[in-house]
Design a protein around this ligand. Structure first.
Ligand SMILES: *Cc1c(COP(=O)(O)O)cnc(C)c1O
Length: 399
């Protein structure tokens, strides 16, 4: 770790290729049902080197924006391997996908109408709100009553009217109920509802169940992972039953983001300070919320390790780990019991499970250039994204 920081600087995102490949294989083997294609939700991590590996492993891509479509195409995914699932898309966004022959799913009646006007007599998909949500934080529950996503079941007839009016074929329906469920009950329940909806449309080629498969962030407290084998068995049964009813071969898809990339990534930073204020011990680091936004955004928890230069004087202390951003809310971990060493300043801190929504949500707030990313393959480190420079930031202003 120390060598990596010496070579590539701090803070640094570090990914392990073998873990990434293993996760891709796990998710591909989720079910035995033949026509099953997981689509990696590109927003979790858009580094092209990781996308290429994911593509090599046979996953397709699920995208939210023209930028993600662009990156997926650059990584080698074909138009057919890319699915576009936007929310509040502009005309320009939709045209970007249409011009590249990328199938799009619309998630409101207005968006569907707009799409039909731009691309009549074509194929389209629709995102339904199955009425059940799930997730680790209210901000990531994307179905049910409190959400901006999806078309409600009460609007199915309107969907049919619009499709007919513009001579469209509905080839797919999808859902995404939320992120990071550790218990699959809500996912199974919403899938049951979605399959019921599917029976109301005759020409479907696929049904897409969305993402949200959780990973155990609390490994240091022995959190049990999502029982993916059990989930797979349930899905297999539902898929087979459904094709019996539908009487046509149909593709099933899922859209995992986090499950695929999260656990292959660590974030390494440096400890810059330790100080006390009103009984709180603050451990200062160079990992602000510009580098990792999840803790500030969702109160997200990440396991933390400290790599000390003098292992022998170890103790533990409850500390609040903070970054270097000029805001009191810049907290990476609150009241966390961590190993404490005598000369802790300049020791390294490792934040675990940051491969998803880590770099992709980072920013250059406080004009701190976005950090570098490194890929470890067979114990060899390769720089897969350069650290941004001050000049890079200046360049976009065209001075
Ligand atoms: C974010 C998102 C996903 C992926 O969610 P994860 O929790 O990373 O699995 C899948 N589908 C859609 C539509 C999304 O918005």
């Amino acid at each position: 770790m120390l060598e990596l920081i010496k070579e590539f600087g701090s803070p640094l995102y570090v990914y392990k290729e073998d873990i990434l490949r293993q996760k891709c294989i796990e998710i591909k083997n989720l079910v035995t049902y033949k026509n099953f294609v997981p689509h990696f939700s590109v927003k979790a991590n858009t580094n092209i080197h990781l996308l290429r590996i994911i593509r090599e492993e046979g996953l397709h891509a699920d995208t939210m924006s023209p930028g993600e479509i662009f990156m997926a195409l650059q990584a080698g995914f074909t138009s057919k391997e890319i699915f576009y699932v936007p929310n509040n898309a502009t005309k320009e966004d939709l045209k970007y996908a249409i011009d590249r022959n990328i199938l799009t799913s619309l998630d409101s009646l207005n968006q569907l109408k707009l799409y039909c006007l731009l691309n009549p007599n074509s194929e389209v998909a629709v995102r339904f709100n199955p009425g059940v949500g799930a997730g680790h934080h209210e901000k990531v529950v994307t179905a049910g009553k409190n959400t901006k996503f999806g078309i409600n079941l009460t609007d199915i007839e309107m969907v049919k009217v619009i499709l007919k009016q513009y001579n469209m074929t509905l080839v797919g329906i999808n859902q995404h109920i939320g992120s990071l469920f550790m218990d699959a009950d809500a996912f199974i329940q919403s899938t049951k509802y979605l399959l019921k909806i599917a029976l109301q449309f005759d020409n479907l080629k696929f049904i897409d169940l969305g993402g949200g498969f959780g990973i155990p962030y609390h490994k240091q407290n022995d959190e049990t992972p999502l029982d993916i084998k059990k989930l797979g068995k349930k899905l297999d049964k539902m898929f087979t039953e459904f094709t019996g009813l539908y009487k046509k071969d149909i593709q099933f898809r899922i859209e995992p983001g986090r499950y695929v990339v999260c656990e292959c990534g660590n974030l390494i930073g440096q400890i810059t300070d330790v100080k006390e204020n009103a009984n709180t011990m603050y451990l200062g680091t160079d990992i602000g919320f510009n580098v990792l936004a999840r803790p500030v955004m969702y109160n997200a928890y990440h396991d933390i390790d400290i790599l000390s230069k003098n292992e022998d004087t170890k103790n533990t202390k409850v500390m609040t780990v903070v970054g270097n951003i000029c805001e009191s809310g810049d907290i990476l971990a609150k009241d966390r019991c961590l190993p404490f060493y005598k000369n802790i300043i300049e020791d390294l801190i490792v934040v675990k499970d940051v491969g998803a929504y880590g770099y992709s949500m980072s920013s250059s707030y406080n004009t701190r250039p976005k950090c570098a990313e490194v890929l470890i393959t067979n114990d060899k480190a390769k720089l897969i994204r350069k650290r941004e420079t001050f000049e890079d930031i200046l360049a976009t202003m065209d001075v």
